[in-house]
Design a protein around this ligand. Sequence first.
Ligand SMILES: Nc1ncnc2c1ncn2[C@@H]1O[C@H](COP(=O)(O)OP(=O)(O)OP(=O)(O)O)[C@@H](O)[C@H]1O
Ligand SMILES: [Mg+2]
Length: 522
Amino acid sequence: MKPTDMITQVGSVIASVMFAWAMFKQYCPYNLQEFMDKYSKKAFTFFYPYIQISFNEFTGDRFMRSEAYSAIENYLGSRSSTQAKRLKADVVKSSQSIILSMDDYEEVDDEFQGVKLKWAAGKHISKTQSVSFYPVTDEKKYYRLTFHRRHRQLILGDYLNHVLKEGNEIKVRNRQRKLYTNSGSYWRHVLFQHPASFESLAMEAERKQEIMDDLVVFSTAEEFYARIGRAWKRGYLLFGPPGTGKSTMIAAMANLLNYDIYDLELTSVKDNTQLRKLLIDTTSRSIIVIEDIDCSLDLTGQRKKKEEGEGDEKDPKLKLPKEEAETKQSQVTLSGILNFVDGLWSACKGERLIVFTTNFVEKLDPALIRKGRMDKHIELSYCSFEAFQILAKNYLKLESHHLFARIQELLGETKMTPAEVAEHLMPKTISGDAMVCLESLIGGLEKAKEDAILKAEEEVKESARLKAEEEAKEKEKDKDKEKEKAKAEEEAAKEKDSSKAEVNENGFCENENAELISKEKK
Ligand SMILES: Nc1ncnc2c1ncn2[C@@H]1O[C@H](COP(=O)(O)OP(=O)(O)OP(=O)(O)O)[C@@H](O)[C@H]1O
Ligand SMILES: [Mg+2]
């Protein structure tokens, strides 16, 4: 006889005894009942060598679905589909896959390190007291695990940990990921269905692989982070001109790691307290994104304040665009952001990535992007030929073409963002002729090159004009100086002449005086 069948048989014997006991209890005096209760339990445990554990679907007062119950449900999913006769099906990932679990009162066997166990799904049904036209029943589902008592240590320790771990992993694999956005101090979410992947991301293969490795190593390094005593988090700074794939890369990261995205709009966060609340509400296995961080915060504020010598330098106000700041009265500060990056991560369990994006990395405060906060700095730049090849493969299914050589040449001579290249490669005709797209791209690149040359010429002209203006101003200044000098000399000469005349006049008077004196003497 199989051990599992034995469990079933013993179970049914016990059930009969319990029934007989219930009948007996109705007609038996209370004292005798108590006595019998005590000893029947002892007898039961003596003869029944199995241990049973129930995992109820809902626990506690708050009617929260038990995490253990849903982990067990996921864990038993694959076993149920091969063993149970009646199954329940649920659709996940927006109708892309079906999850099976065993129906009520079904049983499945499991084995762990050579030990056999039995799982059964059951439910308690009770009538509720509420007054209603329709009869309302209250179902309380549970899973019951049965195993021999000699394996107690193993099952209560390693086996249950193994079930919870594997169940949670399956849950993460099956879950529909979400994109959260903040509205006031709450997160709202929609299903995250961005199709971006690292494979379709136009970027040099080597750099792409390096970033992917970094992400995967991070996501599997729980023990490492615990051992070295660091919070399990990593910061990424993505910078580069508009349309170079920063947002696309974030979506690709989420898809690679199966993480949720929390897109934090800082300008709608009132103050640091609200920011803290939002961040504490984020879940594990998520990417917290602050896009265009240079626009959300005035990161030069700190330095300006220091120069002006006003305010507390540790707590500079992050200046939002003026009107916005006035209307929203946001008081999120740089120190608030820094605290969030450091504080939250050290406090919250579970892995989290934080990603900042910016078009102007040089504008950011060094404190914000120093290593340890933003561990990895990734520059996304203009389209290289290698990146173009990926786009051509994605958009046109082309590995090579005779026009590629010309495109390579032009990409070496001029700058175009992957977004612009992608726009040229979008199908232009119903038949989706690749040639038309490539020619459009060549036209675009040639125009960009001409524009760049014209711009450079204009810049040269402009700088020459500015230089000429400068020189003219200098000359004018020199002339003015000369004029002033000449004027000064003239005035000096005049002064000299006038003082001579004075001397002469004085001389004349003296002569007159001398004449008068001599006349008087005579
Ligand atoms: N490296 C890339 N690989 C594939 N597609 C790209 C890449 N860069 C841009 N694109 C395409 O261009 C569009 C715009 O790119 P994206 O929004 O990622 O740019 P961004 O760098 O975030 O720009 P911004 O700084 O303005 O936010 C995307 O929808 C995508 O189709
Ligand atoms: Mg973007």
